[in-house]
Design a protein around this ligand. Structure first.
Ligand SMILES: [Zn+2]
Length: 370
């Protein structure tokens, strides 16, 4: 399951950059396709077609235009499609088959599933490649019942919130819909498309809301721990929190699956901290465990964090080539040789150690370092 981003016209450049960095695809409104150059760099999975046509033939021209962007789906509202003649539906069918695009019907007129299904079946009679897009905001307009829409077949889910009366496309946390309880309804979709009317910053906050509440498509940590923007949040949070220990820390860094962007559902957060003498380890260990829990990492209870005193790290530098290493020494060297991300402290000191271990020990240590 994937998240689709719906960019706003006024700050489309920022949305596109965000998609590239985090490997998200797009759902775009047909009007936005005029900004062609953006859609060479990010995949357009869904195009939302227009809602009004002066004459019937205009819709086929629009579909022809959209097909140049090779989306997987074209979405039209139920009320748009049900107005078309069967002759026009047949023409659309031929064209969709030729261009290998699936038509999705989105609920807006009907908030009861049975009515929507009836409309869907009347169109399906003429269109071979057709499916459903459930707009969860629209389900709740005018007192629709969500239980009515459970376990239905659909490819795309539109998510946004409202007051139950007007179609405000509000943030997920602002309205009558409790998205924290909707995973069972969302989990059958292949794509979850975030359809919020707001500024760029609020849009990103809505994605964070999905992550924090473990709502599809971010139900499991593996679904979000590798996202570029969320990694920045993790780093910032730990940096902020660890600030109170700043005077006791020489340097610290992340390594392992987090640094390699290979986090999965059971990843812990490998963190090496080099501390000054006379340091109370217990407090830092509890602090690290708390961070892991909050951010979605598994807590490794045996070795939650590598804490070494500066003198011990320095002592490791004096080991001679080929000499048998203690487990602690091996751990120190291994951590420094892996791909890592600097998080806190004296960067020069960290690089000095890293370079030293790299030059002198890489060949002699028997384990594989990646
Ligand atoms: Zn929608």
């Amino acid at each position: 399951m994937q998240l689709l981003i719906q960019p706003e016209k006024k700050s489309i450049g920022r949305y596109i950059k965000f998609c590239i960095k985090n490997n998200f695809s797009l759902e775009v409104d047909v009007d936005l396709l005029k900004k062609k150059h953006y859609f060479n760099v990010v995949k357009v999975v869904v195009v939302h077609g227009g809602n009004f046509f002066n004459k019937e033939a205009d819709i086929i021209n629009e579909i022809k235009y959209i097909s140049r962007f090779h989306p997987k789906f074209i979405i039209y509202h139920d009320e748009v499609l049900e107005k078309l003649s069967k002759e026009m539906l047949k023409i659309i069918n031929v064209y969709l088959l030729k261009s290998n695009i699936k038509l999705l019907i989105e609920n807006i007129k009907y908030n009861k599933y049975n009515q929507f299904k009836k409309c869907f079946l009347s169109i399906k009679k003429y269109i071979t490649n057709v499916g459903q897009c459930v707009d969860f905001g629209h389900v709740y307009l005018g007192g629709g019942d969500i239980n009515d829409w459970t376990k239905k077949e659909y490819e795309v889910a539109h998510i946004h919130n409202n007051d139950g009366i007007s179609d405000g496309h509000l943030s997920l946390s602002e309205g009558v819909i409790n998205y924290c309880e909707l995973n069972i309804n969302l989990q059958l979709a292949s794509y979850i498309s975030l359809e919020i009317n707001c500024d760029y910053k609020s849009y990103i906050n809505n994605i964070i809301f999905l992550i924090k509440n473990k709502i599809e498509p971010f139900k499991f940590p593996g679904d979000y721990l590798n996202l570029d923007f969320y990694r920045k949040i993790i780093r910032k949070k730990i940096l902020n929190n660890i600030g109170v220990y700043k005077n006791n820390i020489v340097y610290g860094f992340f390594y392992g699956s987090f640094s390699n962007k290979k986090c999965h559902d059971y990843s812990d957060l490998d963190c090496f901290i080099c501390v000054k003498n006379n340091f109370n380890d217990k407090e830092l260990i509890n602090f690290h465990k708390q961070n892991c829990l909050e951010l979605g990492f598994v807590v490794d209870n045996d070795y939650p964090i590598e804490i070494f005193h500066y003198q011990d790290v320095k002592k490791t530098l004096t080991i001679k080539d080929g000499e048998e290493l203690s487990l602690d020494q091996e751990e120190i060297i291994k951590s420094h040789l892996m791909k890592s991300e600097f998080i806190i402290g004296d960067k020069k000191e960290y690089l000095k150690m890293k370079n030293f271990f790299y030059e002198n020990y890489k060949k002699t240590v028997k384990r594989n370092f990646k």
